[in-house]
Design a protein around this ligand. Structure first.
Ligand code: PMP
Ligand code: GLN
Length: 385
């Protein structure tokens, strides 16, 4: 094909290929253990697979309602009530989406106008900045403070201007594996009280909070819930990242605008998958048991790293363990991640890619949503470096 014969002015001039595509491909090319992109290397349960097949075979294969099938919306609203004490009306306040990334993008598209500012926390999950920019908004970054990645709420207060339209939160946080405390959210609730700022709260790792702590959803805080989209992902919760299914929850007047955008983009989400999840969500243990399941994997991986020169940073949630490699090398993390993949057969994610300017600290992110066999092999390699 001949190239398009006019100059192209990119809407995203600084965006290249996402690190997840790059590292997973590099891992495959070099037959390396892939602890880079966040996805389980084990399958979902046979029950969930059987439910999906059941609903395909029962002919539920045409467009479902745009906001999602009612049974699933009700199950989501019930979960929000029982876990966070928050009441949402499934008719108007819950929308099923093709993934959490899509839900965040849709919330941004529905509200951000050219020139609007959106506060993001750096390091920031890589889809947030481009979602803001492609809609004409301006990301305004507040730094999370290394090494515990805490938030300086005074800095957040200073970042708020009359142009601030939105703020994107992510707890448990990717890539830092930190979590917000109730106090963090109380302070934020106070900061936003007299503003019109809308919050998109990415809570895809809501069930993966460790060491006995509780997930602090914005839905628990009335002053935040009234201005927030809460976003989550079935992919993370049920080990089916390839099914691309998530949801957004928000007060009716916010959700009305969200649905205007959604109906002209994806319009609906996969029908049989929704029926499968509506049934599967009745088993609360399937999500309530996840924290213990993944904490065991984290601890197994850390045990394998005892004596290694990699220094673990706290992993309080998500399925990521960050390792400081300053005792091993002065290399940039991007270089080291590539070298470890090619020369040692283990792939990770360099955390600097989630910053605009690479920070001085030296950290690689490893995904422990893997079988113990994979984790043992990975830890053994890392321990020899
Ligand atoms: N948000 C965060 C913080 C994530 O880590 C991920 C994926 N791992 C997503 C969103 C994407 O979720 P989904 O696949 O449902 O779009
Ligand atoms: N969120 C996953 C991660 O952090 C990857 C999702 C993606 O590849 N976009 O690894």
């Amino acid at each position: 094909m001949r190239p398009y014969p006019r100059p192209i002015t990119s809407k995203l001039p600084n965006v290249g290929t996402t690190i997840f595509t790059i590292m997973s491909k590099l891992a495959a090319d070099h037959n390396a253990i892939n602890l880079s992109q966040g996805f389980p290397d084990f399958d979902c349960t046979p029950e969930l697979r059987a439910l999906f097949c059941k609903y395909i075979n029962s002919g539920l294969n045409q467009y479902p309602p745009s906001a999602g099938i009612m049974g699933l919306r009700e199950a989501i609203a019930e979960k929000m009530q029982s876990l966070y004490g928050a009441t949402y009306d499934p008719e108007h306040e819950v929308t099923v989406t093709p993934g959490a990334t899509y839900a965040i993008f849709t919330a941004v598209s529905a509200f951000v106008r050219p020139g609007d500012e959106v506060i993001l926390f750096e390091p920031a999950y890589d889809s947030y900045g481009p979602a803001v920019e492609v809609n004409g908004g301006k990301p305004v970054y507040v730094q999370m403070q290394y090494p515990d990645y805490s938030i300086d709420w005074e800095a957040v207060r200073n970042a708020i201007t009359p142009r601030t339209r939105m703020m994107i939160l992510n707890t448990p946080n990717n890539p830092t594996a930190s979590v917000f405390s109730a106090e963090d959210l109380r302070v934020l609730e106070g900061l936003l009280r007299d503003t019109g700022i809308i919050v998109a709260s990415d809570e895809v790792y809501e069930h993966l909070v460790f060491d006995g702590h509780q997930h602090q959803s914005v839905a628990r805080f009335p002053g935040l819930a009234e201005r927030s989209f809460v976003v989550s992902s079935f992919g993370k919760t049920y080990a089916v990242t390839g099914w691309k299914m998530g949801y957004a929850i928000a007060p009716k007047n916010l959700m009305l605008e969200f649905r205007k955008v959604h109906q002209f983009n994806a319009f609906v989400s996969n029908s049989p998958v929704q029926y499968a999840f509506a049934d599967y969500m009745k088993n609360k243990d399937a999500y309530l048991s996840l924290a213990a399941f993944y904490q065991k994997k984290r601890d197994f991986f850390l045990d394998g790293l005892k004596g290694s020169r990699f220094k673990p940073l706290p992993s309080r949630g998500t399925f990521f363990q960050n390792l400081d490699y300053s005792a091993i090398s002065d290399e940039a993390d991007t270089d080291l991640a590539i070298r470890l993949t090619k020369e040692h057969g283990i792939a990770s994610i360099p955390v600097s890619v989630f910053y605009r300017k690479p920070p001085v600290h030296k950290v690689l992110r490893f995904c422990f949503a893997k079988s113990e066999e994979t984790l043992a092999r990975g830890a053994a390699i890392l321990s020899k470096i």
